[in-house]
Design a protein around this ligand. Structure first.
Ligand code: GLC
Length: 748
C-alpha cells in the first residue's frame, strides 16, 4: 500500500513541478513583455499594430518600407517572397529599429507551399487527421526556409453552399469533422514548439460566419442565431485554440448587422473571455476600412476606433490605425491601456516564436523543397481525398491491357490541377494524369477535345468521337479551372462549365464505358451526365501529385478512400443543402413528395405534398455527406448498445459487426451519428459524433465499437446554456449520413 501512495505522491509532485515550471515560464514571458513595453514610444506601439503588404513579385526592396521598418512602424509583413529581402528587412528591424523588435513574415500557405496538396475541401474528404497534419508540417518546413513564420491558415469556415467560391478552402459542412481537422492543421503548422525555426504560427480564419454568406455569394451578409454560432460555427475555432493557434483573422462579412472586424461581442467577449484566446487578432485585407462600405463607420478614423474598441490587434494592409490611433487617444476615444494590451498580445506571440533569440530564417540548406518524401505525402493525400461517386458494373479499376482514350480540358493542365491559393507551387513539378499514364507506359491515347474548362468550341468533337470508337474505355478528365473557385469566385450555376457536358453526352453515344474524373473546387451538379456515364471520381483540385494518385486509383493500385465532407446537391437551387438540417414541422418523405411532372393539369389548388421539398428537385441530395465508394463492399450487422439508458454516471458502448463481402481488401470509414429527438430547442436530424477507419481483407469481419458519453450530446440552447435535456435519442452507425442502421437510447 505504501508503495502505491509513494507512486501517487510522485505523480502529484511531477505534475506540480510541471505546472510550477510552466507558470515560471509564463511569468518570465510576461516580465519580458512588460520590460520591452516600458521602453517603447507610442509611435512604436502603434507600429506593432501594422501588417504591411508587399507585392510577392517585387523586383526591388522599397526604401520607404525599409525606412518604416527602421522607425519601428511595422509589426509584420505580408508576401515578402524574396529571401534576401526577408533577411535585409529583419536585419533592419533587429539592428536599426529603436527597440530591435523582430518582424513576423506572413503568407497564405493554405494547402502546401511549394509541394501542393489537395485543396482543403479535398483534404477534408480524407477524414484523416494524420494526412492533414503531415500536409501542414511539410508546408511549414518548405515555407519557413523562405523566412515565412506565419500562415493565414487553417481556414475553418463551415460551408453549406457549393455556390460559394471559398468552399474550396473550407473544411466542409460538419462542425465535428472540421474540429478534428482544425487541431491537425494547427499541430502540423506550429509543430512541437513555436520557437522551432520550422514552426509557422497558425491563423484560425475567418472569424466568423464567412461561410454563411447569403446565397453563397462571397463577402455577403451573414445572419446567424446565437445557438447556430455556438453549435456550428465556433467549434472548429475552439478546437484550433485548444491546439494552440496563436492568431485569428476576422472575416470580411457582417454577422447580424456588425462587421466581424468591429464586433466587440465576437472579438472580446466570445474570443477572449469565453474561449480564453491569448494570441492576437489580425484583420483580413482592408476589412477594417471596409467597415465604411458596410455602413458601420463614417470614415477611416471611426473604423479604427471601432476595430480597436472591438479588440482587433493588427490591421492588415489598410492604414487606419497608423493614421488615426494617436488622435483617437488624444480625444479619449481610446485608452493607452487598450493600445498597451493590443501590443502585449503581439509581443507575447513574438516571444513565444523565439524571434527575439532567433529572428533570422531557417537557412538550413537541407530543407528539400519538393523532396521525394514531401511528394509522396502529397500523393497519399490526393489518393485519400479522392471520392468515388459512381462505379457501375465495377468498370473501375481498369484492366492495364485496356486501350484507354483520355479526353478533357483538365487531363494535362499542371497549373489548373493545383487549385486555388497556390501562389508558390511551381507547375513544372505537377504530375498530370496524362504525364502519369505516360510515365507508367499505359496503353492510352490523349486528345483534349476542349482546350479549357469553359471552352464551348466543338471543333475537335468529331476527332474525339472517332478516336473514342477505337478505344476500350474513355476517361474524361474535366471540371473547373482553378480560377473558378476560391475568393470572390462564387458561381450561381455549378454544373460542368463550357461544352463539357455536351462532349460527355456525345461520348456516351459511342456505347463504350465512360469514366469521368472531376477536378473542381466544389461539388459539381451532375444531373445532365450522371446517368450517361459508368464511373465518376471526384479528386477536387488534387495538387502536385494528382496525376499519380488518379492513375493509381483508376488502375486499382490504390483504392479511392475519400468520403464527402459536404452534401452533394442535385441542382444549385437546392442550396444551401446539408445533412445536419432541422426536421421542420413538415419533413419531406417519399410518400408525400409530388414531382412537378406528376401534377395533373388543372389540378385543384391545394398544398400538394404538404411537406418541405422542391416540386422539381425533391429534397434529397445527389450524394449524402460522408458518402464515397471503394473497390469492395461492406455489410453492417448486429448493431448493439451496451445499455439503452445513458446517465451522467455511465457510458454506452455501441458495437457493430462489419464484413468485407467483396473480393478485395478495402477500407471503410465507419461513421457514428445521433439525433436528440426533442430538445428545448429543435435539434438537427443527425449529428456526426465519431468516425473510425478500418481495413478488412475479403470476407473478413470485425466488430467496431464507439463509446458514447453525455458530453457527446451537449449543445448550446438559445440562452447559451450548454447541456442536454433528458429524453430519447436516435443513434446510427453507417458508411455515410444516409445510413438507416439505427438504434435508440434514452438519456435519463
Ligand atoms: C484575402 C483572404 C484571406 C487571406 C488574406 C491575405 O483577401 O480573405 O483569407 O489570408 O487576404 O492574403
Amino acid at each position: 500500500m505504501r508503495t502505491i501512495y509513494a507512486f501517487l505522491l510522485g505523480i502529484i509532485m511531477v505534475f506540480a513541478i510541471g505546472c510550477e515550471k510552466e507558470k515560471k515560464v509564463s511569468n518570465q514571458l510576461e516580465t519580458n513583455i512588460e520590460e520591452l513595453l516600458s521602453k517603447m514610444t507610442l509611435e512604436e506601439k502603434i507600429g506593432q499594430l501594422n501588417l504591411r503588404g508587399t507585392s510577392s513579385r517585387a523586383k526591388t526592396l522599397s526604401e520607404e518600407l525599409k525606412q518604416k521598418v527602421r522607425e519601428g512602424k511595422v509589426g509584420a509583413l505580408l508576401n515578402v517572397m524574396n529571401k534576401e529581402y526577408v533577411d535585409e528587412l529583419q536585419r533592419i528591424a533587429v539592428e536599426e529599429s529603436p527597440n530591435k523588435i523582430p518582424l513576423i513574415f506572413s503568407r497564405d500557405v493554405i494547402h502546401g507551399f511549394k509541394t501542393i496538396f489537395p485543396i482543403p475541401l479535398g483534404m477534408a474528404a480524407s477524414w484523416d487527421e494524420e494526412v492533414v497534419k503531415n500536409s501542414s508540417r511539410v508546408a511549414a518546413i518548405e515555407a519557413s526556409s523562405y523566412g515565412i513564420r506565419w500562415t493565414f491558415a487553417p481556414m475553418l469556415d463551415i460551408a453549406k453552399d457549393a455556390r460559394w467560391g471559398r468552399i474550396a478552402e473550407s473544411p466542409g459542412e460538419d462542425p465535428y469533422l472540421a474540429s478534428q481537422l482544425a487541431r491537425a492543421y494547427v499541430e502540423g503548422f506550429q509543430g512541437d514548439s513555436l520557437s522551432d525555426p520550422t514552426s509557422l504560427i497558425a491563423c484560425a480564419k475567418h472569424f466568423i460566419g464567412y461561410g454563411a454568406a447569403i446565397g453563397g455569394r462571397d463577402y455577403n451578409t451573414a445572419i446567424i442565431s446565437k445557438e447556430q454560432l455556438h453549435n456550428t460555427y465556433l467549434p472548429p475555432f475552439e478546437s484550433a485554440f485548444k491546439a494552440g493557434a496563436q492568431t485569428v483573422m476576422t472575416s470580411f462579412n457582417e454577422v447580424n448587422g456588425i462587421p466581424a472586424s468591429g464586433d466587440k461581442e465576437l472579438l472580446t467577449n466570445i474570443l477572449r473571455k469565453q474561449l480564453k484566446f491569448d494570441g492576437f487578432v489580425v484583420s483580413d485585407w482592408n476589412s477594417v476600412t471596409e467597415m465604411i462600405a458596410h455602413g458601420y463607420a463614417e470614415d477611416e478614423k471611426q473604423a479604427a476606433e471601432k476595430a480597436i474598441n472591438a479588440g482587433l490587434n493588427m490591421e492588415m494592409t489598410s492604414k487606419s490605425y497608423e493614421d488615426n490611433a494617436k488622435e483617437l487617444l488624444k480625444e479619449n476615444k481610446l485608452s493607452m491601456n487598450q493600445i498597451d494590451n493590443m501590443v502585449r498580445d503581439i509581443l507575447r506571440v513574438k516571444f513565444r516564436m523565439g524571434l527575439f533569440k532567433t529572428p533570422y530564417r531557417n537557412k538550413n540548406k537541407d530543407v528539400e523543397i519538393y523532396s521525394s518524401k514531401h511528394l509522396e505525402l502529397a500523393k497519399e493525400a490526393a489518393i485519400k481525398s479522392s471520392v468515388l461517386l459512381k462505379n457501375k458494373n465495377n468498370v473501375l479499376p481498369l484492366n492495364k491491357k485496356a486501350k484507354v482514350l483520355i479526353v478533357g480540358p483538365l487531363a494535362n493542365k499542371p497549373r489548373e490541377q493545383l487549385g486555388t491559393w497556390t501562389f508558390d507551387g511551381d507547375k513544372k513539378y505537377t504530375i498530370t494524369p496524362v504525364a502519369s499514364f505516360e510515365k507508367n507506359n499505359a496503353n492510352f491515347e490523349f486528345i483534349e477535345g476542349l482546350t479549357y474548362s469553359r471552352d464551348t468550341n466543338k471543333k475537335y468533337f468529331k476527332e474525339v468521337l472517332s478516336k473514342a470508337s477505337k478505344a476500350d474505355i474513355v476517361l474524361f478528365i474535366g471540371g473547373e479551372e482553378a480560377i473558378l473557385s476560391g475568393e470572390a469566385h462564387s458561381r450561381a450555376n455549378i454544373n460542368l462549365p463550357g461544352a463539357q457536358e455536351k462532349l460527355i453526352g456525345e461520348l456516351a453515344k459511342i456505347k463504350k464505358p465512360v469514366g469521368v474524373t472531376i477536378m473542381a473546387g466544389r461539388p459539381i451538379t451532375l444531373q445532365n451526365i450522371k446517368n450517361k456515364v459508368d464511373a465518376i471520381l471526384m479528386t477536387w483540385h488534387p495538387g502536385t501529385m494528382g496525376g499519380d494518385a488518379i492513375y493509381d486509383i483508376l488502375f486499382g493500385v490504390k483504392e479511392p478512400k475519400g468520403r464527402l465532407p459536404v452534401t452533394w446537391p442535385k441542382v444549385a437551387g437546392q442550396l444551401p443543402l446539408y445533412y445536419n438540417h432541422k426536421n421542420t414541422g413538415r419533413p419531406a418523405s417519399p410518400k408525400e413528395y409530388v414531382h412537378i411532372d406528376s401534377i395533373p393539369i388543372g389540378a385543384w389548388q391545394s398544398s400538394l405534398g404538404n411537406t418541405s421539398h422542391y416540386l422539381d428537385a425533391g429534397y434529397e441530395p445527389e450524394y449524402p455527406f460522408g458518402f464515397g465508394l471503394g473497390y469492395t463492399s461492406f455489410e453492417y450487422s448486429n448493431f448493439k448498445l451496451s445499455t439503452t439508458s445513458l446517465t451522467e454516471d455511465n457510458t454506452i458502448i455501441a458495437s457493430i459487426d462489419i464484413t468485407n463481402i467483396g473480393e478485395r481488401t478495402g477500407e471503410e470509414l465507419v461513421q457514428l451519428y445521433i439525433q436528440d429527438v426533442a430538445g428545448n430547442i429543435t435539434r438537427p436530424v443527425k449529428e456526426l459524433i465519431g468516425y473510425k477507419r478500418i481495413s478488412l481483407k475479403s470476407k473478413e469481419k470485425q466488430k467496431v465499437t464507439f463509446e458514447i458519453t453525455v458530453d457527446d450530446l451537449k449543445y448550446y440552447n438559445n440562452q447559451l446554456k450548454y447541456g442536454v435535456e433528458k429524453g430519447k435519442f436516435n443513434i446510427w452507425i453507417g458508411a455515410n449520413s444516409a445510413s438507416k442502421v439505427k438504434e435508440e437510447f434514452v438519456y435519463e
